[in-house]
Write a protein that binds this ligand. Structure first.
Ligand SMILES: C[S@@+](CC[C@H](N)C(=O)[O-])C[C@H]1O[C@@H](n2cnc3c(N)ncnc32)[C@H](O)[C@@H]1O
Length: 439
């Protein structure tokens, strides 16, 4: 490979160069000024550039009369075309190592190298500790707008331990949701998975409820169906956000407690049917609902009652069959182009210690009703008691579970979702009191 020098003015940019690098010219010019022209421009034997358009522009900016080039006369015309694209593409594939890059930048800063000239932001290098994505979002104005619009960052990890999340939970709790009422004390929902941020209670996470409604309903007057209603939280929040909620719940004491809670809060028009959700068609017609939200029993993790139809007290095969049937029947209640959100967790078999595939069973049921699996999210909970028992569990190499799955399904064409769901707006002026009163 031979390096030659050519007059800068003689080099011809490729007319259809598909890469726009104008933002990089200053940084490349700085690099040439500081370190010399270390990577020659590649040209064909007509002086047309194959790769190195930005280097040429930077050289011109620095008034360089000659630049080093390599003549790629061993390539055919089509190879040149392909190389032009491939050379640019490989840069996209590689990524910075987030742990090593700050160390390198720090070292250079100590040696008085100004790396901002090359577009490295030294603010990111802030001090002592590794920063989580959440910290970065909080500090960055543009991204914090994400929180104004979406309540929490719309990423696949939903972290209930974050400050913003538990503040929001407390806000919901402060308006009087008592979702924990209606169960025997020993039936509190999945101790290791429950929401511990709300002192002494264990309810389905209100902020999770809020974001499911905000993100996956088509408008503020959506018809919501919930086949395993449990406590009042999902009905109450639906109402406050302006939706019509229908829940089905097998235990009469739970339904009664839910109505009492709604009444205490001055909320009317939330519907809880006291029945087996296999009978959902008694209450709801097919193709009429806008969102399915479900938090089914996680097999036998918590047994809710000794009722024959309670799927939490059936063996695995019974659970699998009836749960599938309920989900399929409820899925049919949705209109086309709608979401179904299922909060669930795989659960270990009490005897074998092996996981039952609740996530898989759910996906299969929804697939049979024509729903595609669209968003795969993980809800992270406080480690809580898991930290105490982890050492013992690890004797059998059993890793304690601190997450649940939030599965989102859709029954339409994904690229048309924006036609059916308007772009979400900021929720800055959301006020619990006001919205409750307007109901
Ligand atoms: C996981 S819990 C929901 C609890 C809810 N996530 C909460 O925190 O309030 C599931 C609910 O499904 C109910 N359930 C069980 N089998 C049912 C059935 N066949 N039809 C309707 N509800 C049922 C149980 O009574 C329980 O309240």
């Amino acid at each position: 490979m031979q390096i030659e020098y050519k007059k800068t003015a003689d080099l011809i940019p490729y007319i259809n160069n598909p890469r726009n690098n104008s933002d990089a010219i200053d940084a490349v010019a700085s690099s040439i000024k500081n370190f010399g022209f270390k990577v020659p421009i590649v040209i064909d034997n007509q002086n047309e550039i194959v790769t190195g358009h930005t280097r040429l522009l930077a050289a011109k900016k620095l008034n360089m009369e000659n630049v080093p080039v390599i003549i790629a006369d061993d390539l055919t015309e089509s190879q040149v075309k392909a190389y032009r694209l491939a050379d640019n593409k490989v840069f996209e594939i590689s990524e910075w190592n987030d742990e090593l890059l700050p160390l390198e930048l720090e070292e250079l800063a100590e040696l008085n190298f100004d790396m901002e000239e090359f577009n490295f932001s030294m603010e990111e290098l802030n001090d002592d500790n590794y920063k989580t994505t959440w910290d970065k979002i909080k500090e960055n104005n543009i991204d914090s707008n994400l929180l104004d619009t979406f309540v929490v960052a719309p990423f696949s990890i939903l972290d209930t331990r974050q400050g913003k999340w538990s503040e929001r939970d407390k806000m919901w709790k402060s308006i009087g949701i008592k979702s924990e009422i209606g169960r025997d004390e020993n039936l509190t929902f999945s101790k290791s998975l429950s929401n511990k941020s709300l002192t002494g209670t264990s309810i389905f996470n209100p902020t999770l409820t809020e974001i499911i409604y905000r993100w996956f309903t088509p408008d503020s007057n959506a018809e919501i169906i919930d086949p395993f209603a449990g406590g009042s939280v999902r009905g109450v929040i639906a109402k406050i956000l302006g939706h019509n909620y229908t829940g089905i719940e097998l235990r009469d004491e739970q339904v009664e407690a839910n109505y009492n809670n709604a009444q205490e809060m001055g909320l009317e028009g939330i519907t809880w049917h006291n029945d087996d959700s296999l009978n959902v068609s008694k209450y709801v017609e097919d193709g009429t609902k806008d969102l399915l939200i479900a938090c089914p029993p996680y097999f036998d993790l918590e047994v809710y009652s000794d009722k024959e139809q309670d799927i939490s007290n059936m063996g695995w095969l019974g659970f699998e069959e009836v749960y599938t049937e309920i989900m399929r029947k409820t899925a049919r209640k949705l209109k086309p182009n709608r979401f179904a959100v299922v909060v669930i967790s795989d659960v270990r078999d009490k005897k074998t210690g092996m996981y039952h595939d609740l996530v898989g069973v759910t996906k299969e049921a929804m697939k049979k009703e024509g729903f595609g699996f669209y968003n795969d999210m993980i809800l992270i909970n406080n480690a809580g008691s898991a930290a105490i028992t982890a050492r013992g569990s690890m004797k059998n190499r059993k890793v304690r579970r601190c997450h649940q799955n939030v599965l989102v399904f859709y029954n339409g064409i994904h690229s048309d979702i924006k036609k059916h769901f308007p772009e979400l707006k900021n929720i800055e002026d959301f006020d619990f009191g006001q919205e409750t009163e307007t109901e």
